[in-house]
Design a protein around this ligand. Structure first.
Ligand code: GNR
Ligand code: NI
Length: 171
């Protein structure tokens, strides 16, 4: 297992669109194991492959209190979303120390492949529904700050650019 480097907004690689996984093989299982390790280490409740510069449709999520219920979604698709919306205060490992409200469908139904390459469906709400939508946005090259006003987005972008520069200076 290995910890992977998480890309930080406004890195242009966060806007690449992920390709479907053709086959769930040993290579994919290794990526999933490394992504899970990286997510737990952060710690975060989810991680999309895009965030670790792997542009394939792979998502790991663990919304459990004990952080012992890993969920793996390969080639996830939203097949239904509720007309009711819910606002949630979101954060992102690629946008450190920034949180803001995003409104999304309250419930979603998702179809994906598991680690055995077997198709499954899940209908969910709450944090898992928020997280699934947040991660699937990453796979499309979308970061949650893109739902916010241009003013907020510019502010967070400038703050993180400044911080990246300072970090480079310290080396
Ligand atoms: O760790 C995370 N927490 C979180 C909180 C509210 C809404 C979404 C998330 S996902 C985030 C991890 C992450 O950046 N995944 O892409
Ligand atoms: Ni994120």
């Amino acid at each position: 297992m290995a910890l992977l480097n998480v890309l930080c907004y406004p890195d242009p690689r966060l806007h690449k669109v992920a390709k479907p996984v053709a086959q769930v093989d040993a290579r994919i299982k290794k990526i999933v194991a490394d992504m899970a390790e990286t997510m737990y280490d952060a710690p975060g409740v989810g991680l999309a492959a895009t965030q670790v510069d792997i542009h394939e449709r792979i998502v790991v999520i663990d919304v459990s209190d004990e952080q012992n219920e890993l969920r793996v979604f390969i080639n996830p698709e939203i097949i239904w979303s509720s007309p009711e919306k819910k606002s949630w205060r979101e954060g992102c490992l690629s946008v450190p120390d920034f949180y803001d409200e995003v409104e999304r469908p309250a419930q979603v139904k998702v179809r994906a492949l598991d680690l055995d390459g077997k198709e499954f469906e899940i209908e969910t709400d709450g944090l898992l529904a928020v997280c699934l939508q947040h991660e699937m946005d990453h796979l499309q090259g979308k970061v949650f700050v893109e739902y916010l006003s241009m003013l907020k987005r510019t502010r967070v972008s400038q703050k993180l650019k400044k911080r990246a520069k300072e970090l480079l200076g310290e080396r």
